[in-house]
Design a protein around this ligand. Structure first.
Ligand code: FAD
Length: 346
């Protein structure tokens, strides 16, 4: 059983098929969304293929070179839909998994809003998009506040003064767009990490290794995208040209009309929180995978506490390239766990 049909879940499904698991009889992919695309279907219409940080094709089917001006939320879901069809992947949607429990016979019960399933092993690929993270700051702001997950482009902020919170690529994307039409103030909790580039394979591996070490120790996970560092992307250069990268430290509190540093109050119209996401794993809580470190201790893609459970698109594999690799690694391990003679997962 695979939960989630984003990049990580589709990669796993592809490798399951390659290893002889039959669609529907041998495995299924349950996905909560009504249509293909994973998180990409929900991103802002203003995110263009030219401003996407980097996108890696799924295995064995290339994304034809896209128009750089095309919206990522159209291009990638279209590509995923074609991928599902081409490889006849058994995606069942919309099905939201509510809880996964261990049964006495050694299988797992997967409880969903469309009834229960049983599985001998599980590849969890539920991403982060459904768990936006909003830090708490004291005070109450009466203006518009939104998380990056709800950002739909700069138009609604025209002529306003807007605070953008966050030190990652999402904040830079928002600044590069909103600063075209509004006055922006960029704030981050810690000084942003810059990477002058280029993004070589060695640099990529060093970033992944840092994240991997944390999950091996069972510490709360950090996403690869969040530790990659800000590079000289199209969005970064545009934000720089617009003079939007004069970063200020995090404000102390909110007031009805703005934000406050010490004695200084800055009146603003809106606050956009580009403050990241957490892994969507609430449905796995009954399995008790979290350890004393607050995270799930991992051995590769396998939960150290339960060899039936693999997490892909999680921690070191939370990028399009990492998700591809994790799908393959998880399937290899599951084949070993179940015994290759009987390729049935559900
Ligand atoms: P998703 O694409 O989120 O797919 C998860 C799927 O699981 C969804 O279809 C959802 O409906 C389903 N699901 C969730 N919960 C349940 C449930 N309970 N039951 C059933 N189904 C469920 N990576 C890059 O390589 N380049 C980038 O430029 C880039 N930019 C990013 C920008 C942002 C803001 C974020 C958050 C991430 C970015 N990443 C980027 C990371 C990258 O998008 C993902 O790591 C990668 O696409 C893998 O996605 P995924 O399959 O893990 O998750």
């Amino acid at each position: 059983m695979v939960i989630g049909a984003g990049q990580a879940g589709l990669s796993a499904a592809y490798h399951l098929r390659r290893r002889g698991f039959a669609p529907y009889d041998g495995f299924v992919v349950l996905d909560a969304d009504p249509a293909p695309g994973g998180a990409w279907a929900h991103r802002s219409p203003s995110l263009r293929m030219a401003t996407v940080h980097g996108f890696h094709d799924l295995p064995d089917f290339e994304l034809p070179t896209p128009d750089p001006a095309a919206a990522a939320r159209d291009v990638v879901p279209g590509y995923f839909a074609a991928y599902e069809a081409r490889h006849a992947l058994p995606v069942v949607r919309p099905v939201r998994v509510r809880a996964v429990r261990s049964l006495e016979d050694g299988r797992l019960r997967v409880e969903t809003d469309q009834g229960d399933w049983t599985a001998r092993a599980l590849i969890n690929a539920t991403g982060t998009w459904t768990r936006p993270f909003l830090p708490h700051y004291p005070g109450h702001f009466a203006g518009r506040q939104l998380h990056y997950a709800d950002y739909r482009g700069p138009q609604e902020f025209a002529g306003q003064r807007v605070v953008v919170v966050g030190g990652g690529a999402s904040a830079i994307q928002v600044l590069s767009e909103v600063a075209e039409v509004a006055q922006t103030v960029w704030v981050t909790r810690t000084p942003p990490v810059y990477h002058a580039g280029p993004f070589t394979p060695e640099y990529g591996r060093s970033v992944v290794a840092k994240v991997e070490e944390r999950v091996r120790q069972g510490l709360p996970v950090r996403s690869v995208v969040s530790v990659t560092g800000l590079g000289p992307s199209v969005a970064y250069r545009r934000a720089e040209e617009l003079g939007a990268l004069n970063r200020r430290p995090m404000f102390d509190r909110l007031t009805k009309h703005g934000v406050v540093w010490g004695e200084e109050e800055l009146p603003v119209d809106a606050i956009i929180w580009a403050t990241g996401f957490r892994a969507e794993l609430t449905h796995l809580a009954p399995l008790g995978l979290r350890g004393p470190g607050g995270g799930i201790r991992m051995d590769g893609t396998r939960a150290a506490a339960d060899p039936r459970v693999h997490l892909v698109g999680y921690g070191p594999s939370a990028s399009t390239i990492g998700a591809n690799r994790a799908g393959r690694a998880a399937v290899n391990e599951i084949v070993r766990l179940l015994g290759a003679s009987e390729p049935v997962l559900i």
